[in-house]
Design a protein around this ligand. Sequence first.
Ligand SMILES: *[C@@H]1O[C@H](CO)[C@@H](O)[C@H](O)[C@H]1NC(C)=O
Ligand SMILES: *[C@@H]1O[C@H](CO)[C@@H](O)[C@H](O)[C@H]1NC(C)=O
Length: 482
Amino acid sequence: MDSSIKFHSCKVILSEYSVSVYLLLWSDRERQRQRSTMGFARFCGCSRWFIVILVSGLVLAEMEMVASIGINYGQIGNNLPSPEEVVPLVKSIGATKVKLYDADPRVLRAFANTGVEFMVGLGNEYLSKMQDPKQAQAWIKSNVQPYLPATKITCIFVGNEVLTFNDTSLSDNLLPAMQSVHTALVNLGLDKQVTVTTTHSLAVLDTSYPPSAGAFRSDLTPCLTPILNFHAKTGSPFLINAYPYFAYKGSPKQVSLEFVLFQPNQGIVDPSTNLHYDNMLFAQIDAVYSALGSLGYTKLPVHISETGWPSKGDEDEAGATPENAKKYNGNLIKLVSRSQKKGTPMRPNSDLNIYVFALFNENMKPGPTSERNYGLFNPDGTPAYSLGLSATDVSTNGSSSSSSSPPYAGGTGSATASSGTPSLPATTSTGEIPFALASMLGSGMDDDEGDHPFGVLNIFSTFSSCQNLEEVAVVVVQRSEK
Ligand SMILES: *[C@@H]1O[C@H](CO)[C@@H](O)[C@H](O)[C@H]1NC(C)=O
Ligand SMILES: *[C@@H]1O[C@H](CO)[C@@H](O)[C@H](O)[C@H]1NC(C)=O
C-alpha cells in the first residue's frame, strides 16, 4: 500500500504549564492526490479530517490545567430545561467548570463522566446546622461522596456573600461551618480532591480604587482574618463576586463603558504601581489582591465566583442591553481562554479563574428586571444573544449531516479509523501543522475571524462533529512537568 505515517510534535506554553502536542497523521494517498491543498484552514474547517482524541484519565486531568471559563448554573426558574439538556449547552460555550448554588443530585448525575468540574454550594440557611461536624459529615456523605469520582466535584462553597449581610448571627457561624465541612472531608479522605471556601461580595472592600489601595471594610477584618487563615492552611481559594456592571449602573456618566466592557480604551494607570489597567474587572481583582496583601495574605489565590452583565433591565438600569452583555461576556470568555494574556497586571502569572453569571435567565429571581436577565441562554436553550464567537464555537450541529455524536466521539472513531491506510498529506510540510496547532492552542486561533477562544476542549468538540473518516489524526495533549 502506498502509505505513510507521519508524527509531528510540538510544545506550547499555556500559562504555567507546558503542553506537548503530538499529531499523528495518516491518510490514503490516492485520495490525497485528488486534493490540491490540504492546508490547516481546511483541516480546521473539518471537512475531511477526524480527530481522535486519546483521552486517558491522566490526559483528561491534565487538560483541565488549560485555563477556561466557568459558568454559574442557577436554577431559580420554573421553566428551565432538564440537566441532561444542559450538558451540551455548557459544552457549547467551552465551559469546563460549573458552579451550582446547591448540590442538585439531578445535575451531578447528568454531568457524570463529562470531565466538567463542579463547585457545589451550601446556602446560608445551612450555616447554623453545618457547624455540627456530624451534620456536615452526613451532608457530604449523601450529597457529595456518592457522585465522586464520576462527577468531578472539586469545591464546596459554604455560604454566599455572608459577610455583607451585616448579620452577626450569620457571619459568626461562617467559619465554624467551613471548618466542620472541611473536617468531614478529611475524615472521609476527600480533602485532597475537594476544597472548602465561601463567596464574598465585592462590597467586602472599603476601597477598590486605585487597585493598589484595595482594602477590606475595617469592621469585617476580625471576622475575615481567621477565614483567610483557614484558606492558607487548607489551600482553598478566596472567592469574590465582582460586577463592573454595578459600577457602571451606579454612575453611567462617570464610568467609561469601553473600560467596563473590555473594549479598546485608554485605560487607567495605578499611580503607585504604574500598572496599566484596560478593564475594570482586572482592577477589581487586583484591589482584592491588595486588600489580602495588606492583611499579610500575599499568596492566596483569588477566583471570581461570579461576574456577568444583564441583557435587559428596568428603565433606571443603565447599560443592561443585549449588545453590552454580548461585549462583556463574549470579550471576557475570549480573554480568559487566550493563554498569552493570563492573569491581571498585579498577578500576570496567575490563571484567571472566572465563573460567568449565569447560564440561564431565571424567571423567578426577585429584584429588578436585570436580576432575571443575566443568562447566556433562554430557558428553551436558545442563546439570549450572540456571544460573538464563531459559528463552530456555538453550533452543535457540525458541518455535515450528523447523527448527533457525543461531544467526545473520538473514542468511537478510533476503532473505525484503524482500517484507514496511513499516509501523509503531501502538501503538508513537516512543522506546519504543529505550528498551526500550537497557535490554535496558544492563542485560541486566528484572533478575530475564526475565533476558537476555548482552547483545547473546544477544538476537540469542534473536530468531534466530523463524520468523514477518510483520514485520521491523533492528538495527544499532555502536561509535562515544569
Ligand atoms: C453593612 O454595613 C456597611 C458598613 O457599616 C454599610 O456600608 C452597608 O451598607 C451595610 N449593608 C447592608 C446590606 O446593610
Ligand atoms: C441546527 O440545524 C437545524 C436545522 O438545520 C437548525 O434549525 C438549528 O438552528 C441548528 N442549531 C444550531 C445550534 O446551529
